[in-house]
Design a binder for this molecule. Structure first.
Ligand SMILES: [Fe+2]
Length: 119
């Protein structure tokens, strides 16, 4: 697939691994002014540049992975793949958490109520 679409797999993987490299718990702290969704991609890029060489494709993957909620839009095919993969992972995390919480609930009365309401 990477040959067919002429992808830079190495930079895509490296960008994907570094895309959330910020050093704080976004739920309890925000060391940089601004909303986490807009700030952390630039924090991750800054931190990535401290530990390795960052190519333009890697920077694109890191800075624009929050599209469409964030400020930037992916410019490369690799960054589009990284942002889509990030969304898929988030969706799987959320649905897994909901399924886990719902497993502890007795949903039978609610389901009966819905069936009676629909009928
Ligand atoms: Fe992120």
């Amino acid at each position: 697939m990477s040959k067919r679409f002429d992808l830079n797999v190495q930079d895509a993987v490296r960008g994907a691994l570094l895309h959330d490299l910020y050093h704080y718990d976004w739920r309890t702290e925000q060391p940089v002014a601004g909303r986490h969704v807009n700030v952390h991609p630039n924090q991750a890029l800054e931190n990535a540049r401290k530990i390795t060489e960052v190519s333009d494709v890697m920077a694109d993957c890191i800075v624009n992975h929050m599209w469409p909620m964030g400020e930037g839009k992916p410019q490369s095919k690799e960054a589009w793949i990284v942002q889509a993969s990030d969304k898929l992972c988030a969706l799987l995390e959320i649905t897994t958490q909901i399924a886990h919480k719902a497993a502890h609930l007795n949903l039978a009365p609610m389901m009966v109520g819905i069936l009676l309401f629909v009928k």
